[in-house]
Write a protein that binds this ligand. Structure first.
Ligand code: NAI
Length: 341
């Protein structure tokens, strides 16, 4: 009997349950040796438990170490703190890793895009320390620590070295935020100098970096930045290769890893069987590759490869959801991938 691996599945809300169900269809068709433990976070968790991120969900991830998560809505300007940010902070999932690649069959302005965004995932402006000082005056603290800056830098350089990537580029604004971005940049420099001098490395002020990114993304390889910039630049990069329907992600910590798409809960299309599940399917492939790295189990690796080949074939043969110019529903796309695995 092949070994099976326990996975916490969090469907989330909005399009989350739809894309999660589609992803499970594909994983099951591929015979992925996984055992699913369903837990809630986001709006359904409030309905069921009164809490947006129940301790039972966090404990399940701590126990099983790996999770596949659908998006969770965060109210704008009021209400509870982001479930996603809380989850990353509470489990110290310090590295968001978001590959952005051109796909055959998905026509965009650029060919040959192959970027990976490394986003510091636990601090910066998302530390959530905001205060109304007096009516009409608000402060928002940007927290940057040496520890978090160095661990995300190590993650990015180690990834670059291990996978023979061409270069790591840091996006920063240390010309203006001399202390906060200054510390981030200085510690990244130090990790490069002392631990990874063989990896090609450069830096860009983020505004000019974004301009260059949209002019010619193929001049970049691995992009490393703090939390807020990483959030924005991830979506910008998604737009270079076909949008949020095709950009997966991993949130990695010392103990646990949570795999989720870059996109949000897309309330504008929720409940319509319209969302593209590919970003979460790709995140599940990242999850299988992660399990292979942890356990060395070839069965898991082969399963990841089969799913990747299947979605590439589906796209190349024109089976696409509406966001990519196709006509398939969420479930039809999942079936189109599942039948090719
Ligand atoms: P969004 O990513 O949900 O949607 C932006 C646009 O992209 C929408 O037009 C949407 O229809 C489209 N889109 C997104 N994913 C798609 C998919 N799989 N297939 C087809 N089209 C897709 O961003 P938005 O609207 O800014 O945020 C909605 C909610 O999601 C907010 O409450 C936000 O806080 C939350 N959010 C949650 C995230 C997470 O759970 N990790 C990440 C980003 C946002």
């Amino acid at each position: 009997m092949p070994t099976t691996y326990p996975i916490v599945v969090i469907p989330g809300d909005g399009i989350g349950p739809e894309v999660t169900a589609a992803t499970l269809t594909v994983l099951e068709a591929a015979g992925a040796p996984l055992e699913f433990h369903k837990h809630q976070a986001g709006l359904p968790a409030i309905d069921a438990t009164g809490e947006v991120l129940p301790e039972t969900t966090l404990d399940a991830i701590r126990t099983h170490k790996t999770a596949l998560k659908g998006p969770c809505t965060t109210p704008v300007g009021k209400g509870f703190r982001s479930v996603n940010v809380q989850l990353r902070q509470k489990l110290e999932l310090y590295a968001a890793i978001r590959p952005v690649r051109s796909l055959e069959g998905v026509k965009t302005r650029f060919d040959g895009v192959d970027l990976v965004v490394f986003r510091e995932n636990t601090e910066g402006l998302y530390a959530g320390v905001e205060n109304a000082i007096v009516p009409g005056v608000v402060t928002s603290l940007k927290i940057v620590t040496e520890k978090a800056s160095m661990r995300i830098a190590r993650a990015a350089f180690a990834y670059a070295k291990q996978r023979n990537r061409k270069k790591v580029t840091v996006f920063h604004k240390a010309n203006i935020m001399k202390l906060s971005d200054g510390l981030f940049l200085e510690r990244v420099d130090k990790v490069h100098r002392e631990e990874f001098p063989e990896v090609a490395y450069d830096t860009r002020i983020i505004d000019a970096g974004c301009m260059k990114l949209v002019q010619d993304p193929t001049q970049f390889d691995i992009l490393l930045m703090e939390n807020f910039y990483g959030d924005v630049v991830s979506d910008l990069c998604a737009g270079l290769v076909g949008g949020l329907g095709v950009t997966p992600g991993a949130n990695i910590g010392e103990d646990c890893a949570v795999f989720e798409a870059v996109h949000g809960s897309a309330p504008d299309i929720a409940g319509q069987n319209k969302a593209n599940p590919l970003a979460l399917i790709m995140s599940a492939v990242m999850m299988l590759n992660h399990l292979h790295e942890l356990h060395g189990d070839e069965n898991v690796k082969q399963c990841a490869n089969r799913i990747k080949q299947a979605y590439n074939a589906a796209l190349a043969e024109g089976d696409k959801t509406y966001d990519l110019g196709g006509t398939l529903s969420t479930t039809e796309f999942a079936d189109a991938v599942a039948k090719r695995v």
